[in-house]
Design a protein around this ligand. Structure first.
Ligand SMILES: [Zn+2]
Length: 602
């Protein structure tokens, strides 16, 4: 998804100057049943059979998604419109023997899942994530492309980061990577736009393309909030990136029937929120996270995601930074911009701390190892059971926990330095130069703003290792205290139950009372401390009548066998951050202000 100088020049040149082109036409006469008819035509195909395929993965997603499952009725034709023989060489790859060098393929696509990853075709409009929608010819990935829409309703509008061609229905892309990174919305969209000026005086247009039941006034009020958030994010880096064509687009679908998601792209983001649009601050979380990605991951980019491979899962060692640091800043920016109050901010920060302190995946494995598990956990599909609660910690909060610790540690140890400075260093070194990074490069960058000993120690302990942070000490200067969530009270282990009976639906977590007692997923708890347990509420009530450290009898059914044993109750290890009771001194006030107060000075 990196845009080189050559590609930029290419953009500015008429496609007529180039003979080879791939042309797509998208129509959906049966949109009411979520079907689209798509044609793709390639000319001057290399000699020999042509291979056309559907993608198996999508930028911003790291697992396989098998988009080929929704493709059917595929046909191929030569330059004169004569049918060509089609042979399926794999589940989602088709071989077409041709002589003319020009091949047109048509297929039907089913799509009924509006989010950032999949495709939604409906009588109300089209919601397209490109890898889930468009097949592509192997070997033609450097060829420029055009995409033409046939609209079901002439009043519909189109929103995409792709530039328009000669008419309003046709768009262009310099190559396959750019095309696939450019989600597109078609329908009754409402637009609101504004501009932002960089320190070098260059102006960029920001626009919201909204698919929601909303009036212009409400959209206008919401856009003011998004603009405020954009400025706060810009203040972290000092500037916004040079967006291609000078525009960044929030493609926002806010309707109860969509699936909750947010997907970052180079000059746009696809946001889907399953709720009624009310313009409230609560909607901003995904906007803030996804927008931060236009620096962190889209331009400050891990080397192992470059270029993106559409034929397999994409494994990266850097997701703890790409997603985790973005997770941390997503909230911090909302707090700085005044859209999160202190209680909400502390709750979010507490979740990061708890991930690092209390999840076995973060206690036992380093963030690189957890990042590499994305191929299995990022909506990766499997039906067998796994042991994630005991061996995996999401790189979102785990990476966020590292960002938090690094931010506070820099502020504690280096006067005037913070994670903002580190992000600026990454932006200048990797983002602006379009140079992708390896984890070792991040250590070098950290050493350049601190010193080599500090960076080496930090990476050895917390990035290549999995040591714990002293969060209590880190929060001390900010005037916050870290305490157990329910001190002294009994706790059996964080598990979930079915609604109707006390049957475990989740794995027990190592070293917790239930785990130590041998209770496992699917087991049914029948009695505790001599009292019959019929529901999850019964179980929680009996436990709450005891104190941490007490031993109680427990009986449970495992695959039909009744087991009798003892539960040694503990204190819930979950932590919660609260403001210190005493009034903050000047030093703490200034520490906290420089951390969570607005950085915008325009
Ligand atoms: Zn993200």
């Amino acid at each position: 998804m990196k845009l080189t100088l050559q590609v930029c020049i290419f953009f500015l040149t008429s496609f007529n100057a180039f003979s080879q082109i791939v042309s797509y036409v998208f129509s959906a006469p049966n949109a009411v049943h979520h079907e689209a008819e798509i044609s793709v035509e390639a000319d001057k195909l290399p000699a020999g059979p042509a291979l056309i395929r559907m993608s198996r993965s999508s930028p911003g997603r790291y697992a396989k998604h098998e988009f080929g499952k929704n493709v059917y009725n595929l046909k191929a034709y030569d330059a004169k419109g004569n049918p060509l023989k089609v042979e399926k060489t794999d589940a989602d790859i088709y071989k077409i023997n041709h002589l003319s060098g020009k091949v047109k393929v048509t297929y039907t696509l089913y799509g009924n899942y509006q989010d950032g990853t999949y495709v939604g075709i409906d009588a109300t409009g089209f919601h397209l994530n490109m890898p889930a929608t468009f097949m592509w010819f192997k070997g033609m990935d450097k060829v420029p492309m055009t995409l033409q829409f046939r609209l079901n309703d002439t009043s519909w509008k189109i929103a995409t980061q792709l530039p328009p061609a000669k008419d309003a229905m046709t768009f262009t892309a310099p190559d396959l990577q750019y095309f696939m990174d450019s989600p597109t919305k078609v329908g009754s969209l409402k637009f609101k736009q504004w501009t932002i000026t960089n320190p070098d005086k260059k102006q960029y247009t920001f626009r919201i393309a909204l698919d929601a039941n909303a009036n212009t006034e409400l959209l206008g009020q919401f856009a003011v909030k998004v603009e405020r958030m954009v400025k706060e994010a810009k203040a972290v880096f000092g500037e916004v990136p040079e967006y291609d064509y000078g525009t960044y687009t929030f493609l926002a679908t806010i309707n109860p029937y969509v699936k909750g998601d947010g997907m970052e792209h180079r000059n746009s983001t696809m946001i889907t929120l399953p709720t009624v649009f009310d313009g409230s601050d609560n909607l901003l979380g995904v906007f803030s996270h996804e927008f931060f990605h236009c620096w962190n991951v889209e331009r400050i980019r891990p080397a192992d995601l470059e270029p993106f491979n559409f034929e397999k899962s994409n494994v990266s060692e850097g997701l703890w930074v790409a997603e985790g640091f973005t997770q941390y800043y997503g909230d911090l920016i909302l707090m700085r911009a005044g859209f999160e109050n202190e209680a909400e901010f502390l709750e979010n920060i507490s979740q990061l701390v708890n991930t690092k302190v209390n999840m076995p995946g973060a206690q036992l494995y380093n963030p690189i190892e957890n990042s590499q598990r994305a191929a299995f956990v990022d909506a990766g599909v499997s039906i067998d059971k796994n042991n994630y609660p005991n061996m995996y910690a999401s790189y979102y909060p785990y990476g966020g926990a590292i960002a938090l610790a690094l931010d506070l540690d820099l502020r504690n140890n280096f006067k005037g330095l913070s994670l903002d400075n580190f992000m600026q260093k990454l932006w200048i070194t990797f983002g602006k130069t379009a140079r992708s990074y390896k984890v070792s490069d991040l250590q070098t960058a950290l050493s350049q703003i601190t010193n080599s000993t500090y960076a080496e120690t930090f990476f050895k302990k917390y990035v290549y290792g999995h040591q714990g942070f002293d969060y209590s000490q880190l929060f001390e200067k900010a005037g916050y205290a870290l305490n157990k969530i329910s001190p002294g009270k009994a706790w059996a282990g964080g598990v979930s139950f079915t609604q109707n009976k006390p049957q475990l639906t989740s794995n027990t977590i190592m070293n917790t009372p239930l785990y130590m007692a041998g209770v496992d997923v699917d087991d049914i708890i029948t009695s505790v401390d001599g009292q019959t347990i019929n529901t999850a509420t019964d179980f929680n009530t009996v436990i709450s009548n005891h104190s941490a450290g007490e031993k109680v009898s427990i009986s449970y059914k495992h695959r039909g066998n009744q087991v009798y044993t003892t539960l040694v109750l503990q204190e819930n290890p979950m932590l919660v951050l609260t403001p210190l009771k005493e009034e903050l001194n000047e030093s703490r006030k200034s520490f906290k202000n420089s951390w969570v107060s607005s950085r915008v000075n325009e």
